[in-house]
Design a protein around this ligand. Structure first.
Ligand code: 5GP
Ligand code: ZN
Length: 140
């Protein structure tokens, strides 16, 4: 999708209004229009990238340096008991807006949001194979 049509690029360019909580050269944070909880914020890079792997390390760093303060501010402002930082890449991972974004979601005991977390177990030797494969990719 070209950035001209991208909803978050349009928000970054000021063509669509958003309830901004943070705005600098590299990134923007604003209230999610359909919050999972009050204070649900999205942190986005101003540069268009569909998924996290398409961002440069510098672009990611310029955005993510704000994440600890943002989490702290959302927690203090909402009085929530905990926070999930969620980042979806690709349709299979529930990404609906194809522009990188981090969800900062206030959580409280007994709230309606939840995960299906089907924790598994590695068969003998598989973890070692995966470590090797991931390290090989990282060293490319
Ligand atoms: P995803 O499923 O892609 O990780 O989440 C996209 C999020 O963007 C959703 O939580 C949705 O509510 C939010 N969203 C979609 N369009 C807009 C918009 O125009 N403005 C704002 N503020 N949030 C949006
Ligand atoms: Zn975009």
């Amino acid at each position: 999708m070209p950035p001209t049509d991208c909803i978050f690029c349009r928000i970054a360019r000021g063509e669509i209004p958003a309830m901004k909580v943070l705005d600098d050269d590299a990134c923007l944070a604003f209230l999610d229009i359909a919050p999972l909880a009050e204070g649900h914020v999205l942190l986005i890079p101003k540069a268009h990238a569909q998924t996290l792997d398409q961002l440069s390390a510098d672009q990611a760093a310029a955005m993510l340096r704000h994440l600890p303060a943002l989490v702290k501010a959302v927690q203090a402002a909402t009085g929530c008991a905990g926070v999930n930082v969620l980042q979806n890449n690709g349709k299979a991972a529930h990404q609906e807006v194809p522009h990188v974004h981090f969800h900062v979601i206030p959580r409280n005991p007994g709230d309606a949001f939840g995960f299906n977390w089907p924790a598994g177990k590695y068969p003998a030797g598989r973890a070692e194979q995966l470590v090797q494969a991931i390290q090989d990719e990282l060293s490319r």
